[in-house]
Ligand binder design. Structure first.
Ligand code: IVH
Length: 673
């Protein structure tokens, strides 16, 4: 092989490998290599392409970064129109849909099958593949003509640039939805807020706005996802008759399809499917506005035909709206753990997505100004997933005269201390610190919460009573509480008081990461707390760390470093930490992380299941992580070993079926030694 041939072979191999890893990561959600190893492959490919411009190619995975901005979008004529869907809002309309189909197909007795999947709330796109390569992407537009958004579509990691295998049609089109996951949407808006850029009203708008940007480099930075739901034109290929089987086929080419897709027989089963998806709506990672049902037999689809712009063989059974209008009665201010005052909208109660809502967040004063929301306005309220309902905007057309903007109070509504705003910060804060009952309550609730000290039975109501009755005024007092004192609280019998006392005792055995997180230092979340714990290995070392050494920790920037330092500069905080440790809070030792690579268990992944003696699963995980291992919640062929305590359950069965080693507690202790 000549040197040039060798390089070409390496480039092809790298592209294949990177495509496979992309597919595993974005489509199968089952990565095989670490992010660092992936980056190494990508960087090597980028280097080779930069050094050998003749090897550059539009279907290379390096091309996902976006291209130079365009001046406009070309128009794309759809070879097969992109239809829309008829809607149903009630079971009766679903029954009528099936009846119409049966009449038309002369099928009264045999029964019909349907493919069912959630209706994603994003925007429709068409992707054209020629000889397995993405050659054109277009928006739906008016159904006949859309916009050519190929440069933008190329930046989505869930859209294959080149298909897997060889058995695909030589020229064909897949259709699907581009959307944004809830968590990505929240993060995107947070980032927009921080950089004073436009905040998106909902994930759909954010997806549509991001996909239709003339500068695809910005699209590349937006967290867009693609899911396929059908085919357009297909040339020279024999497809299965069943739509459901077609979807499996599309999946085998490397496209993501809905994980919730099912083939159902009869409309009653469809109604059942609708109900179960509706009941789970808030647990889904993305927004859906209903469920789509399609007649499964494509020959029957052809017989049913379509009317104007929608097929007769498909229907969208819509969910109750997650954005509704109501009246803003007033704005109150809630004081949080760090003293920040958040404006809260008091609303005329209204059902949003099937749940009654009478309060919603307005985020902060800047946002109220920007959105120009006034007391007495008709407003649009939205709730989605498990996020807090929020006021999206005011309906200005319906505004009455003389309405005023809400004003930030000068004094804290809880403790009366002065309210101030730091230069350059969005939040106004109560200056009361721990004398403010609201801040004190929130700090204790956070300390007791599941991901912090996990104090079972210490709920919000109890904390409020304890603070209101003057039993405690900081987390430092919690472990001093006696059963008799606890039993004196409302709705607290001696039995539950003694349970709470045991829960308090139990929580003393924890991990350093949890303890740091529980202290509630501003902007120190679980991940940062874990990085701090692994880096410094001791609470004293964190207390003494200066800004520079704090900033050498993974995901600690100047702001977090400053927050940590400010927290430990305060005498009363040091005092609380000392008291807590004196009262018996403890954690397993951590070996200080020198360099991840040099650690004994680096590169290994463990799964912990069942009950370990004298050790919580979290503690066991912290011990493994401290030695450089990764801890995962699901078993795959890549798992190094499963650590099984008492009553381990299905993870052990899965490990055995995959040939993954299972270690008992004794073997686990040996591993650590
Ligand atoms: S099928 C002829 N399936 O809903 C079939 N559409 O209201 C046309 N949508 O433009 C589309 N999820 O953007 C189909 N699983 C799904 C869908 C879905 C979301 C969108 C799509 C379409 C609109 C029609």
């Amino acid at each position: 092989m000549t040197a040039a041939e060798q390089i070409r072979t390496e480039v092809n191999q790298l592209r294949d490998d990177i495509n496979t890893h992309n597919h595993r990561y974005y489509v199968l959600d089952d990565p095989q290599i670490t992010d660092q190893a992936y980056d190494r492959l990508l960087r090597r490919l980028q280097q080779l392409e930069a050094d050998h411009s003749e090897l550059q190619s539009v279907d290379s995975p390096t091309q996902r970064v976006g291209a130079a901005p365009a001046t406009h979008f070309d128009t794309v004529e759809h070879e097969m129109p992109m239809l829309s869907l008829d809607n149903a809002f009630e079971d009766d309309e679903m029954l009528a849909f099936e009846k119409r189909l049966k009449d038309r197909l002369d099928n009264q007795d045999v029964g019909l099958s349907y493919t069912a999947e959630p209706k994603l709330d994003g925007l429709a796109v068409s992707l054209l593949y020629e000889q397995g390569i993405l050659t054109r992407a277009a928006t739906r537009g008016d159904g006949n003509r859309g916009e050519n958004i190929t440069a933008n579509a190329r930046t989505l990691s869930s859209i294959p640039l080149r298909l897997q295998g060889a058995n695909f049609p030589p020229r064909f089109e897949v259709r699907g939805e581009v959307y944004i996951m809830h968590a990505d949407f929240e993060a995107l808006n947070e980032q927009q807020r921080k950089s004073d850029a436009k905040v998106f009203a909902n994930p759909r708008n954010a997806a549509a706005g991001s996909l239709r940007l003339l500068d695809s480099r910005i699209t590349a930075s937006r967290p867009l996802t693609f899911c396929c739901y059908g085919l357009g034109i297909v040339e020279d290929y024999k497809l299965p008759i069943s739509h459901f089987e077609r979807m499996q086929l599309i999946q085998s080419f490397g496209f993501p399809i809905s994980p919730y897709i099912e083939c159902l027989s009869g409309i009653e089963a469809c109604i059942g499917y609708y109900q179960s998806i509706l009941a789970n709506r808030d647990n889904l990672a993305f927004e859906i506005d209903g469920v789509v049902f399609k007649l499964d037999d494509v020959e029957q689809q052809t017989m049913a035909g379509f009317v104007s712009r929608a097929p007769r063989w498909a229907i969208a059974y819509k969910f109750p709206a997650q954005e509704v209008m109501t009246k803003l009665l007033d704005v109150d201010f809630q004081v949080g753990r760090t003293g920040a005052l958040t404006p809260v909208a008091r609303l005329e109660p209204v059902s949003v997505g099937g749940v009654m809502v009478s309060n919603a967040t307005l985020h902060n004063m800047d946002e109220i100004q920007r959105k120009d929301i006034r007391i007495g306005d008709v407003v649009i309220v939205r709730r989605a997933g498990d996020v807090i309902p929020e006021v999206v905007s005011a309906v200005v057309d319906q505004r009455k005269e003389n309405l005023v903007l809400p004003q930030m109070p000068e004094h804290c509504p809880i403790c009366g201390s002065e309210v101030s705003r730091l230069e350059g910060q969005a939040a106004y804060r109560c200056s009361g610190g721990l004398i403010c009952a609201a801040q004190c309550k929130e700090a204790i609730k956070h300390f007791a919460s599941r991901k912090a000290m996990d104090i079972d039975g210490l709920g919000d109501k109890l904390v409020e009573q304890m603070v209101d009755q003057g039993m405690i005024d900081s987390i430092g007092d919690l472990y001093h509480l006696e059963i008799l004192q606890l039993a004196g609280l409302e709705r607290m019998a001696e039995k539950s008081a003694s349970n709470l006392k045991s829960a308090l005792d139990k929580s003393k055995s924890t991990t350093l990461a949890r303890f740091i997180y529980a202290l509630g230092i501003r902007e120190v979340g679980e991940t940062t707390a874990e990085s701090l714990a692994n880096h410094f290995a001791a609470i004293e070392a964190i207390q003494e760390a200066d800004i520079e050494s704090l900033q050498t920790v993974d995901d600690v920037g100047p702001v977090v470093a400053e927050n940590v330092r400010l927290f430990f500069q305060q005498e009363k905080n040091i005092d609380i930490v000392t008291r807590l440790i004196e009262q018996g809070i403890h954690w397993p030792d951590i070996e200080k992380a020198e360099s991840i690579q040099d650690q004994p268990l680096s590169g290994k992944t463990y799964v912990i299941t069942g009950t370990l003696e004298g050790l919580s699963r979290d503690q066991a995980a912290a011990m493994l992580k401290a030695k450089g291992a990764k801890v995962s919640s699901s078993v795959s062929a890549k798992t190094t070993a499963v650590i099984a305590g008492e009553k381990p359950g299905s993870k052990v069965t899965k490990a055995e079926s995959l040939g993954v080693t299972v270690l008992d507690q004794q073997a686990f202790q040996l591993l650590l030694e």
